[in-house]
Structure formats: structure tokens, C-alpha cells
Design a protein around this ligand. Structure first.
Ligand code: 13P
Length: 246
């Protein structure tokens, strides 16, 4: 049966007290959902968010990590640091990290492998800019990101990997990809995964101005398994509606 995943990415928002309040508000609202609910919190909120998620059906993830276990990497957080506080997921290669912090497909690949090695489940982000879309490069770009980002993994590894297709021009702009655009791109990613790993068993989310008004239509498309939600994940009352879309 198809599994839906609704993941919130708080980005650089929420203080610990706000995180705890959010979790306490959201938990009873989503307790009966069959969908998987994930909140990806900033490092300083993670421990509080994980504690607040105990005895609930909400899963918790980080938004980034280094690939090394320890060392002279000032300001970085390692996979084992995340794992030891019971972090379950970690977003890897978000376009904001690629754009502002020089992440490449190569660093994405190192991080994905390190996450899996430490029992963390990576949510791997791919997506094109508006210029790339207008130049007809979308499919090559996103399938290339998938190929390089997941290089060296096995089909079994993919059980613990989620891919998020987030067109950069739709992030934080209020401009959602149409249902068809999102579905087509995700279908191409699915084909690429089949070609590389010989499996159809992969969860692929859409992200980019996803909200309580458009979620149901997007998630009803043939290839979209849920959403990675930014702005609309900051208020429990709004995020709950997306989680409970079905
Ligand atoms: P918005 O939902 O705010 O457009 O952000 C999408 C996103 O980047 C989630 O990772």
C-alpha cells in the first residue's frame, strides 16, 4: 500500500519553547493519521522536539549534518551526534544549503552514505532553478542530482531514503508547481531510480509552497507520495490540515 509522508522543515525558525508548544499542539491533532509525520527542527530545538515527540506518532529529523563522525570542523554536527539523541531523519542537500553553503552532489553523496551508516534516514532534496526549467534542463538536472547523490547505494538502502523534489522557483515564493509539473518531474525521478536500482520502492515528496489549500490535489497525483513543507509547517493548526489531507 502507498505510504504518504508529510514532513515539516522549520528551516531557521522556532525557539525551543515554541518547538515544545508546537509539538504539544500538533500531537493530538495528528494522532489518528495513517500518514507518516516528520518534523525537521533546527539543531538547538532537536532534543526538546524529540522529547516532546515521545509517546506520539511524530518522527523527528535534523536539517543538515557533516559526513565525518568527529574532528576539527568548527560549527558542524556529526551523524553520531544526531543519532545519540534519537534523531531519526536528516534532510540532505536542501537547495538552500546548495545555494548558500556550497553543497554539491558530491557532499550530498558523502552525507547520505554517512547518514545511512549511522542509522539515520536521509531526506535527499533535488530541484531546478527557474532558468534551468526555462532552458529545458529540468529532467537532466534532477535525474543527475539523484544519480550522483545516491551513488554507491543499494536498493535495500532505499528503504531508508526519501527523495524530495523541490523546484527552487517554488520555494517560499507562493508559486507552487502545477500538479502536473510536480507529478511529471517526480515520475522522471522514479524512472531514474528504477534504472539505477531496479526498484519502484521509493518514497518521493513534493516541496515548494505546499499548503493546506493545495496539498490534497498535489498528493492525489499518481507519483507524489506526500510533501516537504516549509512555511506552512510553522503553525500546528495549518500543518495539521496538510497531515490530515486524506
Ligand atoms: P516552502 O513550503 O516555504 O515553500 O518551503 C519548501 C521547502 O523548502 C521545504 O524544504
Amino acid at each position: 500500500m502507498r505510504r504518504y509522508v508529510i514532513a515539516g522543515n522549520w528551516k531557521m525558525n522556532m525557539l525551543p519553547n515554541e518547538a515544545i508548544e508546537f509539538m504539544n499542539t500538533l500531537a493530538p491533532m495528528v494522532k489518528d493519521t495513517k500518514n507518516e509525520v516528520i518534523i525537521c527542527a533546527p539543531f538547538t530545538d532537536l532534543f526538546y522536539t524529540i522529547l516532546s515527540a515521545q509517546q506520539t506518532n511524530i518522527h523527528v529529523g535534523a536539517q543538515n549534518m557533516h559526513w565525518e563522525e568527529s574532528g576539527a570542523y568548527t560549527g558542524e554536527v556529526s551523524p553520531n551526534m544526531l543519532k545519540c539523541i534519537n534523531t531519526e531523519y536528516v534532510i540532505i542537500g536542501h537547495s538552500e544549503r546548495r545555494q548558500y553553503f556550497n553543497e554539491t552532489d558530491e557532499t550530498v553523496n558523502k552525507k547520505v552514505k554517512a547518514a545511512l551508516k549511522h542509522g539515520l534516514k536521509p531526506i535527499v532534496c533535488v530541484g531546478e532553478t527557474l532558468e534551468q526549467r526555462e532552458a529545458g534542463q529540468t529532467v537532466d538536472l534532477i535525474t543527475g542530482q539523484v544519480e550522483k547523490g545516491l551513488a554507491g547505494l543499494t536498493a535495500e538502502d532505499l528503504d531508508n531514503v526519501i527523495i524530495a523534489y523541490e523546484p527552487i522557483w517554488a520555494i517560499g515564493t507562493g508559486k507552487t508547481a502545477t500538479n502536473e509539473e510536480a507529478n511529471e518531474a517526480i515520475k522522471e525521478i522514479r524512472n531514474k531510480v528504477r534504472e539505477e536500482f531496479n526498484t519502484d520502492d521509493i518514497t518521493i515528496l513534493y516541496g515548494g509552497s505546499c499548503n493546506d489549500k493545495n496539498a490534497k490535489e498535489l498528493f492525489s497525483m499518481s507519483d507524489i507520495d506526500g510533501g516537504l513543507v516549509g512555511g506552512a509547517s510553522l503553525k500546528a493548526e495549518q500543518f495539521e490540515k496538510i497531515v490530515n489531507f486524506n
